[in-house]
Design a protein around this ligand. Sequence first.
Ligand SMILES: [Zn+2]
Length: 248
Amino acid sequence: MTTRTAASAQPSTDRLGAIDHQDPLHHTEAGPRSTIRREPAGACRVGFTQRRLGAVQRGLGVVAVGIGLAVLLVAALAGCAVSQTGEPGVGASIDADVRDTDNGALPDDARITDTELPGIAGLDADLRAAVTAAAESARLDGVTFTVNSGWRSAAYQAGLLDDAVSNYGSKAEAARWVATPETSPHVSGDAVDIGPMDASSWLAQHGADFGLCQIYGNEAWHYELRPAAPTDGCPHQYADPTEDPRMR
Ligand SMILES: [Zn+2]
């Protein structure tokens, strides 16, 4: 289910932004360099001007391509942030006293081993053990798990749902992303949202070995424990939570 508040989504965007130091525009700063050769005036001079114009045009072309790439990069990163965290804006208006660690909100770099955090401590022990084992195995592959959301209090979940309804404009659309406090597996401690994307990709490949399964096609980050998965594989995914009988 949807997992992170906008407050926590924001820094993750920043984090993504942090890898974006290679500004494509930067490479064009030097611009077209004119190597001025002493030549007689007249035709040669015109030739030089044309060459220079051509260079400037090429330079502008590079800048335009650079801007295009930058826009695409930002869009792609925004897309990552969205897919990692659920929809942007969810949780933005939740009262600060609900969006706190006691209610299950997690810092950006929360690990499954951070059991001093209620959002981690409140998870089902078997689920936590499975994620811990998977995280350890992933670490050997150079992949680090971040727990974007784990256990949440009913009040926190209710706040997320209220926010989703106002963001999506309808309860029906909100239900595709955010469960009620009564039905959310996060409230019962039976779900974790794992990021960043390389971690959820790792889980998609290896999670079943640990009994960890993606449940919803639209939530690549949301994992629950399915103890039979190591032998039987993960069950068929629901397209989104509205297909899940538990949500009714
Ligand atoms: Zn979730």
